[in-house]
Design a protein around this ligand. Sequence first.
Ligand code: PLP
Length: 413
Amino acid sequence: MKQTLFTGFSPSTRPKDMRIALSFLLFPWKWSSWKKGSFRKDITASIEGYFGEQTNALVYDSGRSALYEALKAMGIGKGDEVLVQAYTCMVVVNAIKWTGATPVYIDIEKETLNMDPEKARQKCSSQTKAIIIQHTFGLPANIDALMDVAKAFHLKTIEDCAHSLGARYKGKLTGTFADVGMLSFGGEKVISCVRGGALITKDRDLFHSLEKSQQALPESPRRVVRQHLLHVVLFPIGKRFYHLFFGKLLLKLVKVLHITNKIIYPEEKVGKRVPWYPSKLPNALAALLVSQFPEIETFNTHRKHIAVLYKKALEGKTSIEYQVDDASHIYLRYPLFMENPRAVRARAKHKGVLLGDWYSLVIGPGDVDLNEAGYVEHMCPVAEERTSKAINLPTNIHIQDADVPRIIATLFE
Ligand SMILES: Cc1ncc(COP(=O)(O)O)c(C=O)c1O
């Protein structure tokens, strides 16, 4: 029986990360440094060094918290509108809602899955105050055109680089074009410490205001830090033995017994805030991030390599549609579009391959309350059509060349 292949389930975790997490869990002399310590400073310096050019960075407990902090610091609040693309995640929408502002959904370009600049322009009004530019799956958006819209309507700009850390637009890193760039280090992202996020900006005034409010944030509760550390240790074990009954049982148990965290909590799916958001990035998770950070390029090179193999293997398959290919794409996942994606995913699961479903609803994940998100059917028809066919193939570091034919074979009867 072959081992299960995963698209999600914290795919960037390595044995080294498990050792770091275990050391924080087991060594009593490390128990006092779960929340505070020098790793937070170290990772902030690493991010600043990576983006260069006088970039300042601030770290948070998650990307969603970082986004909320950015909107708040930009003065976004009640009565304001924020442009956000459909084909996104509910946590992005929630960050807007927490400020009191209203998300205004912009349809995507079918080929790129990124915000359509012309449709963004049409939705601008005197209430529009900010635009969130997402680089879906790591393909940079049409930044020039979107920044033109922002300029014309005096909008604050935020790049959502949750999928695109390390991707370049016209030779420059995504995240460096807007007033603020938001990074995510969640379990499924380019690099991961299970849960974490950051903001980068070159605007000194904005940075000082962000810094002030960041310093006033509470620390993440100990219970939450423990859940994240246990996640790093237990998920790889569960995945390793998933094809046997033991692995599946372990992952089920840690979930129902709340031993590990959830990527998105039930209350978030109905637009509510989890009590410990926003908070500071725990030092123990910053330690994991310090270890992952130097791997950005290596991980992305691997992703792009696997994407090339998928492309070759799928040549001539006319029943499948793709996101536009581009040298700048880092392929956090390899998205494709085909009929009956649910049935395809179920078949693949049966054959030991867990395919991804970003996004099976215009605002993912698939069981989000769209009413709470303020999304009305037909608002964004292109995004709706894409979600009805979406499947993602894994590109993470655990996928080997030899796995590609096996993964592709699961797509077909
Ligand atoms: C497009 C997008 N933006 C932002 C986020 C928020 O990141 P985080 O999980 O770190 O809060 C996510 C999370 O999945 C996302 O998919």
